[in-house]
Design a protein around this ligand. Structure first.
Ligand SMILES: CC(C)(COP(=O)(O)OP(=O)(O)OC[C@H]1O[C@@H](n2cnc3c(N)ncnc32)[C@H](O)[C@@H]1OP(=O)(O)O)[C@@H](O)C(=O)NCCC(=O)NCCS
Length: 141
């Protein structure tokens, strides 16, 4: 497989494009990591579509592309997006201060990740089988 730096996916529901899942910053070799971003239109929010898409993309990246680590960065105030990583058991790693310039200011982001060895049976399987561990998150303290 060619070493691509990114992979753009669309998210479809019943044949309609309702969102996007973007894989960026793909690094290979002794790092083998990638960063995921995502959104769906408000009309389909709250139906578990993004967690499903993130789980499918993560399993593809781990098992087919050969990635070792997947990272997701989320603004601390984005509660719906924090639920996505919580549902799938991405580990909290810390804060990237002033990480991305959004709407006129440099915004902090929480960092979450999963490594391949944490999910030997797959991210989607672990979630569907209700085997996601209860992890510690700063907003639950
Ligand atoms: C954040 C986002 C990706 C979540 O995707 P999703 O497919 O709705 O995910 P889920 O169905 O698992 O819902 C996650 C949480 O959203 C909230 N939610 C539920 N219904 C909702 C609705 N109608 N509208 C908005 N948020 C809703 C709930 O808190 C839910 O958690 P719960 O299942 O424990 O109740 C999606 O709302 C979105 O695209 N938002 C705008 C863009 C964005 O924030 N992208 C992420 C940047 S890091």
């Amino acid at each position: 497989m060619d070493e691509q730096s990114g992979l753009p996916f669309v998210i479809e529901v019943s044949g309609e494009v309702v969102g996007q899942l973007n894989v960026a910053n793909m690094l290979y070799g002794s790092v083998s990591s990638a960063v995921l971003g995502y959104w769906v239109v408000p009309e389909v929010a709250g139906r578990g579509i993004v967690p499903t898409a993130v789980a499918l993309a993560s399993d593809y990246l781990f098992n087919i592309v050969g990635m070792h680590r997947i990272e997701i960065d989320i603004r601390p105030e984005n509660k719906p997006s924090l639920r996505v990583v919580e549902k799938l058991g991405f580990r909290y790693e810390g804060l990237k201060q002033g990480y991305i310039h959004i709407n006129g200011a440099w915004r902090d982001h929480y960092v979450f990740s999963l490594t391949h060895e944490e999910v030997p049976d797959g991210v989607l399987n672990r979630w569907l089988r209700r085997q996601v561990p209860q992890l510690k998150y700063p907003w639950n303290d």
